[in-house]
Design a protein around this ligand. Structure first.
Ligand code: SF4
Ligand code: SF4
Length: 229
């Protein structure tokens, strides 16, 4: 007879599947230096990500700040595979404590609720706050929800626009990280993943030509589940 799971077996599978999302209560971890910003990654509002409530990859309705992942599998950066345990267990984000894989109701209730944003995290640092705002204005995300349809309708025109956006995104990052090691270390938190990476699941191949990135259409594929969950 198969026994129903009623407690955590500490197998680490949830940590291997990706780092936790941060919520408002987790601000204390940041303010007390227990989780540094370099260990975070931002999924900007409108970016495609896996939504466990709908079980679909879809445009996010709000910005999500998560613990960074490592390796191809995007394992939480605080998971120690050798020890099979969390290296910040006593100070892990709230969502980690709530997670019960055998009873996901509590975790599902947290999806896209009370999320911690970049602006809240850097609210005490005017320069970083202004930088995040400047980046979002200079490098807005394309409408990911409509991208596949637009690429099918008028791919050449769309690819020209996206190429400009990809290069603008990269130039902005290169300019600001060249001035500051702190910004370089915190790039994935401050700006999220570069646009050229976000476009690859839409069937766009990225190549370099001189100091510019160019995009080529491969067979348009349905958006696959990205590494970040
Ligand atoms: S919550 Fe589930 S997946 Fe996560 S460590 Fe416990 S048993 Fe493993
Ligand atoms: S912080 Fe710890 S418990 Fe939470 S996902 Fe990472 S390794 Fe797992």
């Amino acid at each position: 007879m198969v026994t129903k799971q009623t407690s955590c077996k500490q197998c680490g599978v949830c940590c291997i599947k990706g780092g936790a999302t941060l919520h408002s209560v987790d601000i204390a971890l940041l303010n007390n230096g227990l989780v540094p910003r370099k260990d975070l990654v931002t999924i900007r509002k409108g970016e495609f990500a896996y939504n466990p409530v709908t079980n679909c990859v879809q445009a996010t309705k709000a910005e999500i700040v998560k613990l960074r992942g490592t390796g191809k599998e995007w394992i939480c950066c605080y998971y120690d595979p050798k020890a099979q345990g969390c290296t910040i267990y006593d100070n892990r984000p709230m969502a980690c404590g709530v997670l019960k894989c055998w009873d996901p109701e509590g975790s599902l209730a947290l999806v896209e609720r009370d999320l911690l944003s970049r602006c809240e995290i850097v609210s005490q640092d005017k320069k970083l706050n202004d930088l995040v705002t400047e980046y979002d204005l200079a490098c807005p995300l394309p409408d990911c929800a409509k991208l596949t349809a637009k690429l099918l309708e008028n791919s050449e025109e769309m690819i020209v626009k996206l190429e400009d956006a990809v290069n603008c995104d990269l130039q902005f990052r290169n300019r600001v990280v060249a001035k500051s090691i702190q910004i370089l270390e915190e790039e994935m938190f401050l700006f999220g993943r570069p646009l050229f990476q976000l476009l690859q699941p839409f069937g766009l191949l990225v190549m370099q030509s001189g100091n510019r990135l160019i995009l080529r259409k491969t067979d348009l594929v349905k958006v696959k589940r990205p590494m970040i969950q």
